[in-house]
Design a protein around this ligand. Structure first.
Ligand code: GLA
Length: 383
């Protein structure tokens, strides 16, 4: 390693002359880039082959996304020893995703989260949606955006995939032909960036998110109760017994839902608090603290065991923290792993639940001529 002692010039010479291993700023030899994008098939639905896109970054960290539901099927990032591990819950095959999934990794829409009693009104017209969650409509209805085939195309930059889906006027009860573009980008800084864009030909409502279940341990085998959660929110939207917001924006201070200081998810989850009873644990929309529009930090999660840490940044006003309360071991996931109670958590960036019926919440109405445009970043590192 002769060039370590006289870093700059020999390093440049070596890189240019040999086109060999790249050199870091200190002249230290770096591993060759592992960057790549591979396309393969992940089964088929109704005779339509479903593509899988594997995006590998410079350091070998990899995300795999399929056209069915735009599902993130795996996301491998290093622990503090540098060992790669898959940090999202999911299945090994398409049939399992089709048969029974609690939205593992999927794009949810046209309206992510709940609309009370499956009804809303725009410009005096009342729309009825299928009710699929107690008395309410959840995650876009019976066949939401998580259950349709998106058409994926690698982006020009080669580090992302653009997914397109056109939802017909009246699909699942929603008005307007809605054209959506969801672009996943996987950067060398281990950031999964998701850009959402939609347009409509009639006034409609929209709220898109990604429903990945994370477990920063390995592969979702263990509990997430020891993960330390920080949520950048002073307030949240309390819910009724059917998880519909009451309309109030309430302070978190003094409640077991307050995550302004890093706290283990399991530390207060069994406390006797009405909101924790209603959600069967954490299943609440937090109002992200922000100075203005643009990207804001919504949450940071840290697994003390592996050192893996995730920041969630978003342009959305809210984030649903769901602690995997309805997982009960019956989903047999990747590698035959039964996903037990609270073995994954979600941080679904979003507009507030039931906004179409809450005039004081930020609007989710999209009109012809307007473009819905929003972005969220999941960033992984260790400490
Ligand atoms: C969302 C909801 C939860 C639950 C999950 C899926 O996060 O808020 O109540 O329905 O989806 O199981």
């Amino acid at each position: 390693m002769w060039f370590r002692k006289s870093p700059v010039v020999p390093c440049l010479l070596l890189c240019v002359a040999l086109l060999g291993p790249s050199c870091g700023p200190g002249g230290v030899e770096e591993a060759p880039s592992m960057r790549g994008l591979e396309v393969s098939e992940f089964g088929s639905v109704d005779g339509h082959p479903v593509k899988l896109f594997a995006l590998t970054n410079d350091s070998g960290a990899e995300v795999r996304i399929i056209e069915y539901g735009g599902i993130v099927v795996s996301l491998s990032v290093p622990d503090r020893e540098g060992t790669m591990g898959d940090v999202v819950l999911g299945f090994d095959d398409l049939e399992s995703y089709i048969a029974d999934t609690p939205y593992f990794g999927a794009i949810t829409g046209r309206y992510a989260n709940r609309i009370a009693k499956g009804t809303f009104e725009i410009d005096g017209i009342v729309y009825e949606l299928p009710v699929n969650n107690g008395p309410n409509s959840l995650h876009g209805g019976i066949k939401g955006f998580d259950k349709v085939v998106w058409e994926g195309t690698p982006t020009e930059s080669g580090d992302g995939v653009d997914f397109v889906y056109v939802s017909a006027d009246g699909e699942e009860g929603y008005p307007g032909r809605l054209e959506s573009n969801v672009t996943y980008t996987w950067t060398d800084a281990n950031e999964l960036r998701i850009d959402y864009e939609s347009t409509t030909d009639k006034p409609t409502v929209i709220n898109l998110t990604n429903h990945s279940y994370f477990n920063l341990g390995d592969g979702g085998a263990g509990s997430i109760l020891g993960h330390e959660m920080t949520i950048n929110a002073d307030t949240y939207t309390p819910v009724d017994a059917t998880s519909i917001p009451t309309g109030e924006i309430a302070a978190l201070e003094g409640t077991p839902l307050d995550f302004r200081q890093a706290t283990a998810i399991g530390e207060r989850i069994e406390e006797d608090h009405q909101q924790l009873h209603f959600g069967a644990g954490y299943d609440h929309n937090y109002v992200v603290n922000r100075d203005g529009p643009g990207m804001a930090l919504a949450a940071t999660v840290h697994d003390p065991g592996t050192g893996r840490t995730m920041d969630v940044l978003t342009e959305e006003p809210g984030v649903q923290f769901y602690s995997g309360n309805f997982l009960d071991g019956h989903h047999i996931g990747k590698g035959g792993t039964p996903y037990q109670h609270r073995s994954g958590f979600c941080l679904e960036t979003q507009h507030y639940p039931d906004s179409p019926n809450q005039p004081d919440f930020p609007t989710t109405v999209l009109r012809p001529g307007e473009t819905y445009s929003t972005a969220t970043v999941y960033k992984f590192y260790t400490r």
